[in-house]
Design a protein around this ligand. Sequence first.
Ligand code: SF4
Length: 229
Amino acid sequence: MISSSNPALFGITPFTTLDYPDKIAAIAWFAGCNLRCAYCYNAPIVLDKGKIDEEEFCAFLDKRINKLDGIVFSGGECTISRSFLNLAREVKKRGFSLKVDTNGTNLGILNTAIDENLIDYIALDFKAHAQKYRKVTGSNLYFEFTRTLEYLISINFNFEVRTTVHSDLLNEDDISNMAEILYEKGYRGDYFLQNFLNTGDNLGNLKEPKNNFDISKVTSKLNIKLRNF
Ligand code: SF4
C-alpha cells in the first residue's frame, strides 16, 4: 500500500557505479537519523524532513526498470523510516537488487526485511567500540549495533563492515580493538576503513584531524581495505 503522507526520502541520486559493488544503481536518501555522529556531513538529511514520497519514488523506479541493477537505501538512517519496508517491497517487486546502508541500531526492521528476502547486501557501520561509541555517535546504542552484527554473522548474510576514521576520535589502537571485536564475533569479511571527508560542515564541527593515522600500526586478523586514504 502506497502512502503519500510524510515523505520518507530527502533525495534520490539517479545513477552511481560507486555505491553498490558491481552494480549500476540509484541511491534513495532517507531523511532522519537516530545517531548524531560527530563527523557526519549529511546534516540536512539527518535534520530536515523528507521531500519525496512513496508514490514519486515508485514512479522513479518504474522509469529505471532494465536501466539499473540495484537500489541503495542510505541516509540518514533508512531503517528508522516508517516507509522502509514498503519501499523495499516496491524495489524488489520491480526486480532490482537492494543494498542497505545502516548503522545497525534497528535490528527488528532488518530482521523482518531479511525474512521477507527484501535485502541482498548490507553495508554495516561499526562506529566505535563500546568505550567510544557515545563520543563518536552521541548515542548509547552500541549494544543494539552488536545485536545486528551478531545476527548477520549468525545467518551468514552477505554484508560488509565499515568504519569512518577521524583520527582525533579513533586512533590505531581503537581500530585494532574494533578489528579484534569483529574477528572474535566471527566476522571474516573485509573490514573497510573510510577516511574522514572534510566538507567544511559536519555535526561535530570537526576540522582536519590533528593526529596522524598510521595504518601500519593497526593490527588485524581481518583483511583491511582503505577508502579515500
Ligand atoms: S554518519 Fe551518523 S549521523 Fe550521519 S547519517 Fe550516518 S549514522 Fe546518521
